[in-house]
Design a protein. Structure first.
Lengths: 317, 399
């Protein structure tokens, strides 16, 4: 049966086709082809590319340290940063020095990993965690916020941008303890202070209270001060009390480490709300910090989703 | 008889454990003797370390392995057991090293008050692996000699003049022979080849093919272009065992072509499924195996003198490559590597030739007895080979 058809095929091909079609050698020829193809396919699966030679530095790297490469680009950048000039202008001795430093650093980093310092040393763990969070946060702040976003953030956090007015507050303290007040107990001081407050509110003068009960002026009683100064002067315990006092009001006794205090608010200016334009620099910084924190939290949530976390029985996070 | 053969396949498949794989359990050590200090640097492939410690957690592996090596490495001299030096910082007595991907490395320092009569001790892993080998380089006063620690040689005496004789060529030959005898899958391939022998010349062809396979492995591995995927090599050796068994079956039965077609079709189908499932190397192996099986089984009978040497050559080639992959991390000098490779190959080849010769001799001897059920024995052996080989291949590919 001719396989030529309308197209004239080369004689060699037609002879080969005829040989396969009619020849008793067909099975042998096909078997040989099958063996060769099978061998090639099987060997392709059995062997992969050999790992690079341990004594040859691959392209793109300047050195290998225990099979870990130091990138050529990193080395060039390091040289330029250290010398403050283009790489081409640097001296060979300088380049060698930088390479030596980078190799030393790589050795130490590898050493840290072999010793598993990220698992065993708190300082290393802190630095690594901070570095990762900074990296995540830095990526998040590449997008500049719009004016609408900043304005919305300002409106949502108005209290943060309210400027409190100055105040004139007097601090009277009845000391407890110490060699000068050895007989004074805290309970007695509280009772005396309560009586003093009652009398002050009834109209007694400050001088009378000082003379009668033994109160002395606080260490930072300096007349009208700004809100920030008052915060610093009064401390974390007394400042919130002062914030709640209006003109002429007298606080209840407040016990602190050095005794019992009474605050007398002579004058407390009302807080003023700063407008957006004035607060914009602070708003911008705070917004970027929030962006970064949100990115870090989202990243952490993703890590948790991907992780398998098992907590010992009886404990919870 | 067919039912008997089928039962033999089932029985062996059910009771047999996965054959010891082609890969060799190897570790590497470097001993440097300088005055009264002995420094040992021990390197272990990660799979060996994880099998020893029983976990894949790196930190646990490093700590436990370090403690294990401290117990199993040592030096003894005229002044008694050499003391282990504390390396300071918080390293303790065993210093973990960065030695590259897939390897664990450790360094231990010993101090011997009197360095005379020094004996190095290495008992690591031999209790767990009876065929474990430690390839050692011993540096004494700047001179290096290659040594091996085996289950039968766990101590090495260092002469006081520092002239340590390198391990002999015949030690490598012995190692190669032991490695082959420990590998049931390779022995099964040799058994299958023995069953296929009809004439004396066939033995010569098979031996020649084995030698050619080892020679080719030496040439290709020395070029450093390719590296074997050892898990797949193990599976392919199992396939060769199955193929050898099937070749006997195909030759001795009138349904030979049907069996050959069915086996090749099964491999083809499995290969396609694996390739679709993105197990590409496994799929390629099975597809190649299908084509190879079809070709070899078709040649069974009329052109078997061409077919069986291909099996033998493949066995030699793959076994040779396994050794080359095991030696490579030791970073031996070219002459030491050549010496070791030649000895190992010679040992393996010699063992294969001896086993082949003994099996063929026994078969020819017993076939002269008319009462000996030669056909039955052939059928059962072939069926067992086919069953075992298939079982091992599947187990190694998909376990």
């Amino acid at each position: 049966m001719s396989s030529v058809g309308l197209v004239k095929q080369p004689a060699l091909v037609s002879r080969a086709i005829r040989a396969l079609w009619v020849s008793p050698q067909r099975s042998g020829a096909l078997a040989a082809v099958a063996i060769v193809v099978g061998l090639l396919v099987a060997l392709a699966s059995l062997f992969g590319k050999a790992p690079p030679s341990r004594s040859t530095v691959p392209a793109g790297y300047v050195a290998l340290v225990n099979q870990k490469g130091i990138l050529m680009s990193d080395w060039i950048s390091q040289v330029e940063n250290d010398e403050g000039m283009p790489f081409e202008s640097t001296a060979p001795a300088t380049r060698s020095k930088v390479l030596r430093q980078m190799i030393d650093e790589e050795l130490v980093v590898q050493r840290a990993l072999v010793l598993d310092l990220p698992e065993t040393t708190i300082e290393v763990r802190d630095i690594l965690a901070t570095a990762v969070n900074n990296q995540v946060g830095a990526q998040a702040v590449t997008r500049l916020p719009s004016e609408d976003e900043l304005r919305a953030f300002f409106e949502a956090n108005r209290a943060k941008y309210t400027e409190r007015g100055p105040m004139t507050v007097h601090d009277l303290v009845l000391h407890v303890g110490g060699y000068q007040n050895a007989d004074q107990s805290l309970e007695q001081a509280n009772r005396d202070a309560a009586e003093a407050v009652y009398q002050l509110r009834a109209g007694a003068s400050v001088d009378y209270i000082r003379e009668h009960f033994g109160f002395v002026p606080g260490p930072e009683d300096r007349g009208e001060v700004t809100d920030l100064y008052a915060k610093t002067m009064l401390g974390a315990t007394l400042y919130p009390v002062a914030l709640g006092l209006r003109d002429g009001e007298i606080s209840d006794p407040v016990a602190t480490g050095d005794g019992v205090h009474i605050l007398i608010m002579e004058r407390h200016a009302l807080p003023s709300v700063v407008d957006f334009a004035t607060a914009r620099p602070r708003v911008y910084d705070d917004f970027r910090i929030q962006q970064s924190n949100q990115a870090v939290q989202a990243h952490l949530a993703q890590l948790r989703r991907q992780a398998q976390i098992v907590i010992a029985p009886g404990y919870s996070e | 008889m067919r039912w008997l053969a089928a039962f033999a396949i089932l029985a062996f498949a059910l009771v047999s454990a996965p054959a010891s794989a082609a890969r060799q359990s190897v570790s590497y050590s470097t001993w440097t003797i300088t005055g009264s200090t002995v420094t040992v640097r021990y390197v272990l492939p990660a799979p060996e370390a994880q099998r020893l410690i029983g976990t894949e957690l790196a930190i646990v592996t490093v700590k436990r392995l370090g403690a294990y090596l401290l117990k199993n490495l040592g030096a003894h001299s005229a002044s008694g057991e050499c003391t282990v030096l504390d390396q300071g910082y918080d390293l303790g007595l065993v210093d973990p090293l960065e030695v590259g991907p897939g390897l664990y490395g450790f360094e231990i320092f010993f101090h011997c008050a009197d360095p005379r009569g020094l004996v190095l001790r290495n008992t690591a892993l031999f209790a767990r692996d009876s065929d474990h080998v430690n390839i050692a380089s011993v540096f004494v006063n700047g001179r290096v000699s290659e040594q091996i620690f085996t289950p039968r040689k766990q101590r090495l005496a260092i002469p006081d003049d520092g002239k340590v004789a390198p391990v002999s060529f015949f030690s490598y030959v012995g190692l190669g022979a032991e490695h082959l005898l420990d590998g049931a899958d390779r022995l099964c391939v040799v058994l299958g080849l023995a069953l296929l022998v009809r004439r004396r010349r066939d033995v010569a062809y098979l031996v020649g093919a084995l030698a050619l396979g080892y020679a080719l492995a030496a040439v290709v591995s020395s070029m450093g272009w390719v590296a074997p995927r050892l898990t797949l090599v193990d599976a392919f050796v199992a396939l060769l065992a199955a193929l050898a068994g099937l070749s006997v079956v195909v030759r001795n039965t009138e349904r030979g072509p049907a069996i050959a077609a069915a086996w090749s079709a099964l491999l083809l189908l499995a290969g396609v499924v694996c390739a679709i499932s993105r197990l590409v190397p496994t799929g390629l192996l099975l597809l190649g195996g299908a084509a190879l099986s079809a070709g070899l089984l078709v040649l069974a009978g009329p052109r078997e003198r061409v077919a069986w040497p291909i099996l033998a050559g493949l066995l030699g080639f793959l076994d040779g490559f396994v050794w080359s992959a095991a030696i490579e991390p030791a970073e031996l000098s070219a002459s030491a590597q050549l010496d070791m490779t030649a000895g190992l190959y010679a040992g393996a080849l010699l063992t294969e030739v001896v086993v082949l010769g003994v099996l063929v001799g026994v078969m020819w001897l017993v076939q002269s007895y008319k009462s000996f059920p030669r056909q039955l024995v052939n059928d059962v052996c072939a069926a067992c080979l086919a069953g075992l080989g298939t079982y091992w291949m599947v187990g190694r590919l998909f376990a």
